[in-house]
Design a protein around this ligand. Structure first.
Ligand SMILES: Cc1ncc(COP(=O)(O)O)c(C=O)c1O
Length: 452
């Protein structure tokens, strides 16, 4: 028998079952996944077919006018999504860390400081990266204190700015949604804090986990720099970073030349394509982004936000049940402030001593629900259900059912009825929307002269 056939034959023999609950032995990785594996990592998220097809488009020569049209469509679409009229949007072949580096490279200056608002694992990582880069440029990094399970504290930002009498702080850097804890901070409150301190610092926001999931309006919020990446709410594969830089932030970068080239905003804010991208544009990613922006426009941005709020609410409703009855106290929302629970991801703390990583393995390999684990200080304490991007009611209910099944396998105590509570929440949320939608349809019908 040829080797290939032998391989196939051996793969047709089912693997021996392992001991119950022993995730690694019992759930050998099988390359074939029948049906759809439900991806509930908070990034990368599911990439819709329309985006994947767009990315398969043949390459173009860089002088082809379609290249310029593609870039313009992405720039205009992103400006609309970010809520900015004039800030240029710059794209990089980079992930979120790359965009952090772009911020640091352009806003560093000898003798100046960057204030990073404490908000969880991602602001800590941003601060660490900025501290290392700051050593080379003579830029200090300051951090505000942060309480675990809570959003960023605007009062701590205001205090730090008030204490900075010499106005050394060049910018305040805030993570909108901390993906590790599922907590969304109040960006308007941070703006008020900066204003209350009457400090001229630039306002920089990390939207990696929140754009196209939670509302954001760059101009209305007075945000000077907004940055993020493609792999979450934007429904694209990882690898495309964006940053919108308003005139005030661009002027700062212009006035403070530094050791930067690829990241340089001033160079990139050019009409010349080879400067805009510092070389060859990432055409496939741009084509994917154009398709994703089209999908968002078709659904309507307000509907996209409402859907995320609804699906997030369903997960929160399930979690409330899981923490009740027999399972009381074994599962808890990591976010301690209900109004700060993110529309993108929910971090669930297991306090019964069970291993969240083993739960994830069972959920993924046996029930086809892929979730995320704990990061940094939350490793081994939480598991996270992502509910952002290309998702709907069925995907969320399926994921919650898969998580419940995996918790049964792992012997994790939990209150019954989580999936039912989520379904109830979705029914009620849809009913609450129905009268408004019917009224809008009736008005449209009247306007068109088709009302009954
Ligand atoms: C809020 C936030 N900022 C930054 C990053 C870093 O992004 P990347 O992993 O693409 O480098 C992440 C990653 O998940 C994130 O969630």
């Amino acid at each position: 028998m040829p080797l290939m056939h032998q391989d196939l034959a051996s793969r047709l023999v089912p693997p021996a079952p392992g001991p119950a609950g022993a995730a690694s032995a019992a759930h050998a990785i099988n390359p074939r996944v029948p049906g759809i594996r439900s991806l509930h990592s908070p990034g990368p998220t599911r990439v819709p077919e329309a985006v994947m097809h767009a990315m398969q488009r043949p390459m173009m020569d860089l002088m082809d006018p379609r290249v310029g049209a593609l870039i313009r469509a992405c720039e205009d679409g992103m400006r609309a999504l970010l809520g900015t009229r004039d800030a240029p949007v710059l794209f990089y072949a980079a992930n979120g860390h790359g965009m952090w580096e772009a911020v640091t490279a352009n806003l560093s200056a000898r003798g100046r400081a960057l204030l990073i608002a404490g908000g969880g694992h991602f602001s800590d990582s941003w601060a660490m990266q900025t501290e290392i880069l700051g050593q080379a440029t003579g830029t200090t990094v300051l951090r505000t204190p942060h309480a675990e399970g809570h959003p960023t504290d605007p009062a701590a930002i205001e205090q730090a700015l008030r204490e900075d009498k010499a106005h050394r702080i060049a910018a305040v850097l805030v993570v909108h949604t901390d993906t590790s804890s599922g907590i969304t901070s109040d960006l308007a409150a941070v703006r008020r804090a900066i204003d209350a301190a009457a400090h001229p610092a630039l306002y920089v926001v990390d939207l990696v986990a929140s754009l196209a999931a939670a509302p954001f309006d760059m101009d209305a919020l007075g945000v000077d720099v907004a940055m993020g990446a493609s792999q979450k709410g934007l429904m694209c594969p990882p690898g495309l970073g964006y940053v919108a830089v308003n005139a005030r932030a661009m002027a700062f970068a212009e006035a403070h030349a530094g050791p930067r080239f690829y990241w340089d905003w001033v160079r990139r804010a050019s009409d010349l394509q080879y400067k805009k991208f510092c070389g060859t544009p990432p055409l496939a990613h741009l084509a994917g982004l154009e398709a994703a922006l089209q999908l968002i426009a078709e659904e309507g941005l307000a509907n996209v936000h409402a859907r995320h709020a609804r699906l997030g609410g369903a997960v929160h409703a399930a979690l409330a049940r899981w923490g009740m009855g027999e399972g009381a106290g074994a599962l808890k929302a990591f976010c301690k402030v209900a109004s700060a629970r993110s529309a993108s991801v929910t971090a669930i703390e297991i306090t019964s001593g069970h291993d969240p990583e083993a739960l994830r393995t069972v959920a993924r390999e046996r029930f086809q629900v892929a979730m995320a684990g704990g990061l940094g200080p939350l490793a081994g304490r939480v598991f996270r259900i992502g509910h952002l991007g290309d998702m709907n009611e069925a995907t969320i209910l399926g994921a919650l059912a898969g998580v419940e099944a995996a918790m049964v396998v792992q012997g994790i105590p939990f209150g019954e009825g989580g999936v039912a509570a989520a379904a109830r929440f979705l029914v009620d949320a849809t009913a609450a929307r129905a009268p408004a939608a019917a009224a809008a349809a009736a008005t449209a019908g009247d306007a068109a002269g088709t009302g009954a």
